[in-house]
Write a protein that binds this ligand. Structure first.
Ligand code: GRF
Length: 208
């Protein structure tokens, strides 16, 4: 990658893809973003994010886990198909599968995830439900670099969201997503601009 070339991004989705949409719109609106989405991949053929990618003229990859004898075979194929698009970094935007070190080693400190809680609280696939059940008054959004442990890698940014008395999982998740839609593109932009310095668990954001 030459210093002036935009960073090539692969985005992985399993769901509706509203975070993907926020990222695409940030890239489209910000001439200084420093990145472009070159492929959107999913483990689910029905993921809404795939349609959004299609609509934006972006290449898509669908690789269901069930089409493979085991997780390792699935992941190897997924990685190979993503690599065909030569991404410099990978964004997990609501991707609900765990990726192993073998996959992550392709993009060291360049796989980014958005998680709907203030980590390290409420890791896992039901973060919003778990926060509500626990009775916390504050939860929120975390964007972090991905390591081999689930929802664990070095934290880039976090923002709190208040839990309201009348919240259910849907209403709380909607407000968290609203925050994610700003935080994820902002963090991906920092990555694209080469402004993230990682030292152990700590991520320092270099000033411009
Ligand atoms: C987001 O809240 C993300 O943090 C979680 O799943 C949700 C995906 O939403 N892991 P969307 O598909 O981007 O709308």
């Amino acid at each position: 990658m030459s210093p002036s070339a935009p960073m090539r991004l692969a985005v992985l989705v399993s769901g509706s893809g509203t975070n993907l949409a926020a990222l695409l719109s940030a890239v489209a609106q910000d001439p200084d973003f420093g990145g472009e989405v070159v492929v959107v991949a999913s483990d689910r053929p029905d993921a809404g994010g795939l349609q959004r990618a299609d609509d934006a003229g972006i290449a898509t990859v669908v690789e269901p886990l069930a089409d493979h004898p085991d997780r390792a075979a699935w992941e190897t194929t997924l990685r190979r198909r993503i690599e065909e698009h030569r991404p410099d970094a990978v964004v997990l935007a609501g991707f609900m599968r765990i990726l192993s070190g073998a996959f992550l080693s392709g993009w060291p400190d360049r796989v980014i995830n958005t998680h709907p809680s203030i980590l390290p609280a409420f890791r896992g696939a039901h973060a919003v439900r778990d926060a509500l059940e626990h009775g916390v008054r504050l939860t929120g959004s975390t964007v972090h670099l991905v390591d081999e442990e689930v929802d664990h890698g070095p934290i880039i940014a976090q923002r709190a969201v208040e839990v309201r008395e009348d919240d259910d999982e849907t209403s709380l998740h909607e407000r968290i997503k609203h925050v994610e839609h700003e935080l994820l593109p902002a963090c991906v932009k920092l990555l694209c601009q080469g402004r993230l310095e990682v030292a152990g668990r700590h991520v320092r954001v270099r000033p411009t």
